[in-house]
Design a protein around this ligand. Structure first.
Ligand code: PLP
Length: 411
């Protein structure tokens, strides 16, 4: 019997139809650089001078950076370009806000030592807060239900005058759940507590504005919106104080020292027009995502969509495919030229199930059967149809193999 299974497995791999192009459904991990970014990269590279230099070679880069800061501040609807701080990535932005705020209170008011975040934050939030525990930080976690909700009364009860900072993501990288940032920030503000939102996944997928949210801080990353890796952004509301993590030459008004990555900054600024017209992109992605989910639910048995009834990002779908390991699904789909994910890319290679899914009350086994699909601005219906056909094929085959294994064990 064991031999039969082996032959079946080998046969099934050999009989896979290879599609010619790779279909990318992992846009929450990163996005391909936009055509206009690729076209202009060489032009930007020619401005190689240091934007801090006051001679001629610095002037071009300085002007490009000033213009980029203005465009990016408009893109996130800040009230002043000087509220934009350039970093290297989303993780650094989150670190800067959390460590920078903690350090500030550590020096000025050490009784304010409580840091609060939701249970499903990205590791660059949760792990950063926990890393501050040996220095006296007390970390409190806001629970999130299986349907992706935060109980506002529970949240409000957690807030007191010992709280230095609350950090809640605008939208989840895994389930796509969108949190009510305006409401959460308002409650924190009423108690005079600083509020940060990790908006890395929200940008380019839903309309947003830091002024509308009325938050103190927000984080963003260029590579999630078809720009380039190497540019993160912290929005810091005018008047808020952050200790810099990197001491040095005083760039970014002393809040993030080190020579800026002008190429990646210019690329993000180039995408600001696209991001500002996100409504149409949102509607297109949402219609395709819903079409994909409907096909999956009607054509493949025993599949659940995590937080399906919650307000979610228009491009994200996190499935639990019962009886099949997410990792095996991913590898099989990869062989058929589909790029998908089993959780956040940052956890790829980690055999442990996603901490964020477990925190929503999803069981260990369910989390291990999860598959995250994230559509992009240019995903097409043809790609979705090819993907669902392939998924159906792979799931049926893997479930058959599992059944044969079970049968073998009973013999
Ligand atoms: C919600 C969220 N925050 C932060 C990050 C980290 O961003 P980066 O990879 O640019 O460091 C990610 C990356 O996937 C993310 O999804």
């Amino acid at each position: 019997m064991r031999l039969v299974i082996k032959v079946y497995v080998v046969y099934s791999y050999l009989s896979m139809n290879k599609t010619k192009t790779v279909i990318y459904l992992d846009n929450n991990a990163t996005t391909p650089p936009h055509e206009r970014v690729l076209e202009k990269t060489f032009e930007w590279l020619k401005l190689w001078g240091n934007p801090s230099s006051i001679h001629g070679h610095g002037r071009g880069p300085k002007n490009l950076m000033r213009e980029a800061r203005r465009k990016i501040s408009e893109m996130i609807v800040a009230s002043n370009p000087l509220e934009v701080i350039f970093t290297s990535c989303g993780s650094e932005s989150n670190n800067l806000v959390i460590r920078g705020t903690f350090d500030y209170f550590y020096k000025t008011n050490p009784k304010k030592n409580v840091l609060i975040c939701s249970a499903i934050e990205h590791p660059s939030v949760i792990k950063t807060m926990k890393a501050l525990e040996p220095r006296g930080a007390e970390v409190k976690i806001i629970p999130v239900s299986r349907s992706g909700e935060i109980d506002l009364a529970v949240y409000e009860n957690m807030l007191n005058d010992k709280v230095a900072l609350v950090s809640v993501m605008s939208a989840s990288n895994e389930s796509g759940v969108i949190f009510p940032i305006k409401k959460l920030a308002k409650i924190a503000r009423q108690k005079e507590i600083l509020f940060h939102t990790d908006a890395v996944q929200a940008l380019g997928k839903i309309p947003l504005g830091v002024t509308h949210w009325d938050v103190d801080f927000a984080s963003f990353a260029g590579h999630k919106v078809y720009a380039l890796r190497g540019c993160g952004v912290v929005y810091a509301k005018r008047g808020t104080i952050l200790e810099s993590l990197i001491t040095g030459g005083g760039q970014e008004r002393g809040r993030r020292c080190g020579t800026e990555n002008l190429l990646a900054i210019a690329a993000l600024a180039e995408m600001s027009v696209e991001v500002k017209s996100v409504e149409a992109k949102k509607n297109k992605m949402e219609a395709l995502r819903d079409y994909m989910e409907n096909r999956i639910l009607s054509e493949i048995s025993d599949v659940e969509i995590i937080a399906q009834t919650a307000k979610r990002l228009p491009n994200t779908s996190c499935l639990i495919v019962s009886g099949v390991s997410g990792e095996t699904l991913l590898m099989n789909l990869d062989l058929k030229n589909f790029s998908v994910s089993t959780g956040s890319a940052c956890s790829a290679g980690n055999p442990e199930p996603s901490a964020a899914l477990l925190a929503m009350g999803i069981s260990h086994a369910e989390a291990q059967s999860s598959l995250r699909l994230s559509l992009g601005w240019n995903t097409t219906k043809e790609e979705i149809d090819l993907f669902v056909d392939a998924l159906k094929d792979v799931v049926v085959r893997l479930r058959k193999i599992a059944q044969m294994r079970e049968l073998e064990n009973t013999l």
